[in-house]
Design a protein around this ligand. Structure first.
Ligand code: UDP
Ligand code: MG
Length: 322
């Protein structure tokens, strides 16, 4: 029989005292069933990451660990660092012990039953399994509209992102180790994970409503998150400025010719031609200049992220497979 693999389920929690008792109950049952069916080892755990909550979240996590150390572990961050950072803290802590890691929200919006399909996909050899929402009926029209618009804008800007996938996913140990090599501070996991590579697949699930408590992503945080996502992965907005500069510069040349003709045919008032031409030319040249400077800033920006230039999946050499 093949050696059993250890699963860690990483759950970032920010002021989730209302949902944790239920979430932990359901996750414990899930682990127990998976262990019984031999799909995961007995060292598998649910790892709750407390993201600097001011409520009873950490005391609840500590109690869960004290009562059932064979199911629950906890990580306590020194202060609130936001969902993406909390998730990363959990992933990088769990990777030391786990063979595969699933990340999931605490509020039970991610259907826990999709875990089975993810683990199966892992055993079939997939290293990244994306949880994809089949429909968004439980979301408000506004949330659905803004979220789907966001995915489309990201795609249009050339960012490799999985449509309707949030942060519910399974990653193999190797994939998380690859993720650890991305040293950027501005973290946008769902954009980075596809960059890691390896064999991946998707599992669809229905997104439920938040079990209890309220969303920790108010509109303001959502907009900041979206802006972060776009500016962390794309220098296209800079190109837009550059292109606008070119267009306006071309228009200024047309205006130049047009103004000279008007001047020659003598139907303009004094000063009109020179004013028109300078307004367009200066505007166009300024935008062009900005675009060029921006292009260099974009380069610096990409360099400072110090992303890994490659991740090797396997090597065939004289000693056989490495
Ligand atoms: N979360 C976190 N830190 C934060 C905000 C949120 O760890 O600063 C966690 C939260 O506890 C939940 C997940 O991130 O497990 C998703 O948050 P939420 O469900 O509020 O977002 P929504 O589903 O409304 O987009
Ligand atoms: Mg939620």
């Amino acid at each position: 029989m093949k050696e059993e693999k250890t699963l860690y389920i990483v759950v970032p929690c920010y002021k989730e005292q209302e949902v944790l008792p239920e979430t932990s109950k359901r996750l414990m049952k899930k682990l127990r069933d998976l262990e019984a069916s031999g799909k995961i080892s007995k060292s598998s755990r649910v790892m709750f990451v407390n993201d600097g909550s001011s409520d009873d979240t950490w005391p609840i996590i500590s109690r869960l660990h004290a009562e059932h150390p064979e199911y629950f572990s906890g990580v306590n961050l020194s202060r609130n660092r936001g969902h993406q950072n909390a998730l990363l803290a959990g992933l990088l802590t769990a990777v030391k012990k786990a063979d595969m890691i699933i990340s999931m929200d605490a509020d039970l919006q991610d259907d826990i039953n999709a875990v089975d399909a993810m683990v199966d996909a892992y055993h079939e050899g997939y290293e990244v399994v994306y949880g994809v929402r089949s429909k968004r009926e439980t979301d408000t029209f506004f949330k659905r509209f803004t979220a789907e618009g966001f995915y489309k804008v990201m795609k249009a800007l050339g960012v490799d992102i999985v449509f309707n996938h949030a942060d519910y996913r399974l990653m193999s140990k190797r994939a998380v180790e690859g993720l650890a090599q991305f040293s950027e501070v501005n973290l946008f996991l769902r954009g980075i994970v596809p960059q890691i590579g390896y064999k991946s697949t998707t599992v669809t699930y229905e997104r439920a409503e938040r079990f209890a408590g309220e969303s920790k992503y108010p509109l303001k945080k959502m907009l900041a998150f979206a802006a972060d996502g776009i500016t962390s992965f794309s220098v296209k907005p800079i190109r837009l400025v550059f292109n606008a500069g070119i267009i306006i510069f071309v228009v200024s040349l047309i205006m130049l010719i047009y103004s000279i003709i008007r001047k020659m045919t003598g139907v303009t008032s004094d000063g009109w031609a020179s004013l028109m031409v300078s307004i367009w030319m200066l505007g166009g040249l300024q935008l062009l200049g900005l675009g060029i400077v921006g292009e260099y800033i974009g380069k610096i920006y990409n360099e400072t992220k110090r992303r890994p230039r490659f991740i090797i999946e396997s090597v065939l050499d004289q000693d056989g497979e490495a």
